[in-house]
Design a protein around this ligand. Structure first.
Ligand SMILES: Nc1ncnc2c1ncn2[C@@H]1O[C@H](COP(=O)(O)OP(=O)(O)OP(=O)(O)O)[C@@H](O)[C@H]1O
Length: 808
C-alpha cells in the first residue's frame, strides 16, 4: 500500500478523470443519438432526395450521380455514428474502472517525467493533448508488463525509445472507487495476482489484462513470426494469452484487420462459450471460432458420416487390447504421420497416370455417360497437366456432353408421355408465358422465317405462329431440363469422382499400396488396418483418423479450397493435432500467420504432436527462421500443493513452477466399494458447496464412466449434479460430472477424480489424461479409488498428499 499523501493524490486524480469521462459521455450522447437519427432519416428519405429520371442518357447519368451522392452521405453518417458509438461504449467501459496501472517514465534526453496511466482503452483530455489513460496495447504501455522500475525501453514504429521507469503502480478500482493501490518493484503484481487467482472459477474465462506476466506479454505482442509456438504447462495462461493476443492484434492492425479474419480452433464446442466474453470485455468483437471437426464436416459434405474425435478417444480408452485394437491404434498413428501425407501425394501422382475412379452418369435407368467413357476422356488429356486441372477439364467436357444429351432427350417417348400427363393448369401457364413474353414471340417468328428461308417453302399458315407446336416444344424442353438439373449439379459438385473408391483403393495389398504410394515402410498390422478402413467406408462412414487424409486426397484430386481472407489462425490445445492436420491448415489458410498453443504433457490423443524442442516437427512447417518458440513454465491455475502433486506424475514435470498460492494438499480417499465411493463423493460435493465453492467437477475417464458416476451419485443424494456430454452446448457454474477429455482447457474450483484406481488408469497412454484431469483444479483436488491406486499416483512422493481410508 502507498502512503497517505499518495493515496489522496490518487483519489483526487481518479475523481478528476471520472469527472472528465462523465463529461465526455454526456457530450457524446446527443451526438450519438443525433447521428443515429440522421442516418435513419437519410435512409428513410433516400428516394425522396434522389431525382429519378431515365428518359435520356443525360437524365440517367444525373440520376446515377444523385444516387451515388446520397449513398455517400448516408455511409459517411453511418460511419461517424459507428465511430462515436464505439467511443461512447469505450468510455462507458472505462467509467467503473478507468485504469489498473501506472508507470512514470522519463525518456533519455528529454528530462520530462510522464505519468502513464494504463486501462482497457485510451482516453484523451478535452483539448486532445494529454492522454489521461493509455490503452494497454499502446507501445508505451508495454513497459508496464516488461520492466521493473529502472532502465526501460519500448519499441515504436519509429524506433526504440529508451529511458528510466521511476515508478510502477497498480490499482484496484471497483464501481469507480479506489480500493487498493500497490507500488511494485518486481514483476507485476504478485499481490494483485494473488487476489485474482484466489477467487472462484467462473463458467466463463476472464480477461487477464491487469496482470499479464512478462513471458505472456511476449506471446501477446509478437508481431514478427509467421509461426508462434507456445508450449506451456497446464494453467500457465496459454488460452488467456491467446485471447489477449487477438485483442492486441485487432488493436494494432485496426485499419486492416477485422475480427472475422482471425480464426481460433478450439478443442470442443463448449469451449467457445467458455471464452466468448473475454474479447467483448476488452471492447473487441469475437473472432471466428470452430472445432477442427466442424471444419472437416463442412469440407466432406453430407455424403459420409464422420466419427468425431471424442468417439475415437472413447474407443482408445475403453476397448480391450486385442489384435484388432492394436491395429486400429497403429492405423491412427500412421494416418496422422508425415509419411502418410507423402504417400497420398505420391498416390495423386500415380492417379495422374492410371487408376482414377469415376461415377458414371445414369438417367432413368440408363447409362448416359459411363465411368469408362469418363476415364478414357480423362486420360486423353496431356498427362503433364496437373491432376486437379484435368479434373476441371473433364467437368467442362461433361457439362457440354450433358447439353447435347439433353437436347437429344427431348424427343424420347417418356417426354411425350409426361406431356400427356400435364394438367391444364401447366399448359395454361406455358400458354400465358408464350403470349406474355414478347421476346419469345419475336424469337419464334424469326425462327419460322428462317425455317421458311432455309427450306425454301412458304409456311403453311403464313404469318400465323403455331402456338400449339411451340407450346409442346417449350414444355418438353422444360421437362427435360428439370430432370437434367440434378445431373448437372452432381457434375458441378464433383460427385462424378468416386472419392470413397479412390480412398478405399489405397487400402489393398501391401504390394499394391507400395506401388501406388512409393511407401517403403508399410506399417505393422497393415492387413487389419486395411480391413477396418474398408469396412467402415463400405458403410459410408469414416474413422476420425481418416477424415483429414480423406479431405486432403479430395483436394489433391479436385483442387484445393483456400481461404485468403483469414490473416491469423490460432490453434489451442495444439498438441492434439497431427502434423497432417497442420499441413492441411497451412494449405487452407495460405495468407495467415499461425499461433499454436499447447502442452505435450496433456497430449491425450494418439496422433499428438510434440510442440517444443529441437525435434518438434512443427518447426518444419514454416521453417526455423519464420518460427518462434516460447515456453511457459509457471502455472497460475492451481495452488502450490496441487501443482507439486500433479507435476510429479509427468516426466520432466519438475520444471513446472507453481505460483505461490497455498491451499490444502490433494486428498486421496480409499473406499472399500464403488457404492461407498459414490456415497462419499456425493457427501464431499455437498461439503465443498457449503464451503462456498461454486464450480465443482467430478471428472471421469470416459463418457461411459460419467454416466455410471452420475447415476450412482444421484442415487446417493448428489441430485444437483449435472451430466456433461459432448452435446452439452455451454458451461454453467455448478456441480458437474464430466469426462476428462471434455474438461480440457477449462477449470473448476474443486475437482474430484471419480475413480483413480489401477483398474481405470493403468496404460501408459492414460498418464496424460489423468494428469489433464487433475490439473483442472484451482483450489481443491480430491481423488477416490475403490481398489488399488493407479501407478501414476503410487509413484508420487507420499508427502505431497493426504490419505483417508473409509471403513466398511
Ligand atoms: N497473468 C495472469 N493473470 C491472472 N490470471 C492468470 C494469468 N495467467 C493465467 N491466469 C489464470 O490462470 C488460469 C489458467 O489459465 P489458462 O486457462 O489460460 O491456462 P492454459 O495454459 O490454457 O491451461 P491448460 O493448458 O491447462 O488448459 C486461468 O484462471 C487464468 O485466468
Amino acid at each position: 500500500m502507498v502512503n497517505e499523501q499518495d493515496w489522496n493524490q490518487e483519489q483526487e486524480r481518479l475523481s478528476k478523470v471520472k469527472g472528465q469521462l462523465q463529461e465526455r459521455i454526456a457530450e457524446l450522447e446527443p451526438e450519438v443519438d443525433g447521428l443515429q437519427n440522421q442516418a435513419g432519416e437519410i435512409r428513410k428519405r433516400f428516394w425522396e432526395e434522389v431525382t429519378v429520371n431515365t428518359a435520356s442518357d443525360e437524365d440517367f447519368e444525373e440520376t446515377f450521380h444523385s444516387i451515388k451522392q446520397q449513398e455517400a452521405l448516408l455511409s459517411e453518417r453511418e460511419r461517424s455514428y459507428r465511430l462515436k458509438l464505439q467511443q461512447w461504449k469505450n468510455l462507458q467501459r472505462l467509467l467503473p474502472s478507468p485504469y489498473f496501472g501506472r508507470i512514470d517514465f522519463t525518456e533519455n534526453g528529454l528530462g520530462i517525467k510522464e505519468q502513464v496511466y494504463i486501462g482497457v482503452s485510451s482516453f484523451v483530455d478535452s483539448e486532445g493533448l494529454n492522454f489521461l489513460i493509455y490503452d494497454w496495447r499502446t507501445p508505451i504501455a508495454s513497459m508496464y508488463y516488461d520492466y521493473s522500475p529502472g532502465p526501460a525501453a519500448y519499441d515504436t514504429p519509429g524506433g526504440r525509445v529508451e529511458g528510466v521507469m521511476e515508478l510502477k503502480r497498480q490499482y484496484q478500482i471497483r464501481n469507480g472507487r479506489l480500493q487498493n493501490v500497490f507500488d511494485t518493484s518486481l514483476t507485476i503484481g504478485d499481490e494483485l495476482l494473488q487476489q485474482v487467482l484466489g477467487k472462484g472459477a467462473d463458467s466463463q474465462m476472464r480477461s487477464i489484462v491487469a496482470t499479464i506476466q512478462k513471458e505472456q506479454n511476449a506471446i501477446i505482442r509478437d508481431d514478427q513470426s509467421r509461426m508462434l509456438i507456445v508450449q506451456g504447462a497446464a494453467g500457465s495462461g496459454k488460452t488467456s494469452a491467446a485471447l489477449q493476443r487477438v485483442a492486441y492484434l485487432l488493436y494494432k492492425d485496426r485499419e486492416r484487420l477485422k475480427a472475422d479474419q482471425v480464426v481460433l480452433f478450439s478443442p470442443n464446442p463448449m469451449f467457445n462459450s467458455y471464452v466468448s466474453t473475454v474479447l467483448p470485455e476488452l471492447g473487441e468483437e469475437n473472432m471466428q471460432q470452430a472445432t477442427f471437426q466442424e471444419y472437416l464436416e463442412y469440407g466432406l459434405g453430407a455424403a459420409l458420416r464422420l466419427e468425431d474425435p471424442f468417439d475415437q478417444i472413447e474407443y482408445v480408452l475403453t476397448e480391450q487390447s486385442t489384435r484388432e485394437y492394436e491395429a486400429r491404434l497403429k492405423g491412427i498413428e500412421y494416418k496422422a504421420s508425415a509419411s502418410f501425407l507423402q504417400a497420398l501425394q505420391n498416390y495423386a501422382g500415380w492417379l495422374g497416370q492410371e487408376g482414377m475412379r469415376f461415377n458414371g452418369i445414369r438417367f432413368r435407368d440408363r447409362d448416359l455417360i459411363t465411368a469408362e467413357q469418363m476415364e478414357a476422356q480423362f486420360y486423353s488429356y496431356d498427362p503433364s497437366i496437373r491432376l486437379a486441372v484435368r479434373v476441371g477439364m473433364l467437368q467442362e467436357w461433361l457439362l457440354k456432353e450433358l447439353t447435347l444429351l439433353e437436347r437429344k432427350e427431348r424427343t424420347e417417348l417418356w417426354v411425350q408421355e409426361e406431356l400427356n400427363y400435364l394438367d391444364n393448369e401447366q399448359y395454361a401457364a406455358v400458354h400465358k408465358e408464350l403470349h406474355k413474353e414478347r421476346g419469345v414471340f419475336d424469337f419464334a417468328e424469326k425462327y419460322e422465317e428462317i425455317q421458311e428461308f432455309l427450306q425454301n417453302k412458304p409456311r403453311r399458315d403464313e404469318g400465323d405462329f403455331d402456338y400449339a407446336e411451340r407450346e409442346e416444344e417449350l414444355l418438353s424442353r422444360q421437362i427435360v431440363k428439370e430432370q437434367f438439373k440434378p445431373l448437372r449439379r452432381s457434375v458441378k459438385k464433383m460427385r462424378i469422382i468416386d472419392m470413397a473408391g479412390l480412398y478405399a483403393q489405397l487400402f489393398g495389398s501391401p504390394d499394391v499400396y507400395a506401388a501406388m504410394t512409393k511407401e517403403k515402410h508399410i506399417p505393422k498390422h497393415w492387413a487389419e488396418v486395411c480391413e477396418q478402413t474398408r469396412e467402415k467406408l463400405s458403410r459410408l462412414e469414416l474413422f476420425y483418423e481418416d477424415a483429414t487424409p480423406f479431405l486432403y486426397l479430395k483436394e489433391l484430386v479436385e483442387g484445393v479450397r483456400i481461404n485468403t481472407q483469414v490473416k491469423h489462425v490460432f490453434v489451442d490445445e495444439g498438441q492434439d493435432y497431427s502434423m497432417f492436420q497442420y499441413e492441411f491448415l497451412k494449405k487452407l489458410f495460405p495468407r495467415a500467420r499461425m499461433t499454436v498453443l499447447g502442452d505435450f504433457g496433456q497430449a491425450i490423443f494418439t496422433q499428438a504432436t510434440e510442440l517444443y524442442g529441437a525435434d518438434s516437427p512443427l518447426i518444419g512447417l514454416y521453417g526455423e527462421p519464420d518460427t518462434r518458440l516460447i515456453r511457459l513454465v509457471r502455472s497460475y491455475r492451481s495452488t502450490r500443493e496441487i501443482v507439486e502433486f500433479t507435476r510429479s506424475m509427468l516426466p520432466g514435470g519438475q520444471e513446472i513452477v507453481p505460483f505461490d498460492r497455498s491451499g490444502g494438499k490433494p486428498l486421496l480417499t480409499q473406499a472399500a466399494s464403488k457404492g461407498q465411493l459414490a456415497a462419499q463423493i456425493a457427501e464431499d460435493v455437498a461439503v465443498l458447496q457449503a464451503e462456498g465453492f461454486a464450480s465443482i467437477a467430478v471428472i471421469t475417464k470416459t463418457a461411459a464412466e460419467s454416466i455410471e458416476a452420475h447415476d450412482l451419485l444421484t442415487a446417493h443424494g448428489g441430485a444437483q449434479l449435472r451430466l456433461i456430454t459432448k452435446e452439452t452446448p455451454t458451461f454453467e457454474n455448478g456441480a458437474v460430472v464430466i469426462p476428462a477429455y471434455l474438461a480440457k482447457g477449462v477449470e473448476f474450483d474443486a475437482v474430484l477424480i471419480y475413480d483413480s484406481s489401477a483398474d481405470v488408469y493403468h496404460r501408459e497412454s492414460e498418464r496424460k489424461l489423468f494428469y489433464t484431469a487433475c490439473t483442472r483444479a484451482m483450489h481443491r483436488l480430491q481423488l477416490y479409488a475403490a481398489g488399488a491406486w493407479t501407478p501414476f499416483i503410487k509413484a508420487v512422493d507420499a508427502s505431497l498428499y493426504e490419505v483417508k481410508e473409509l471403513r466398511d
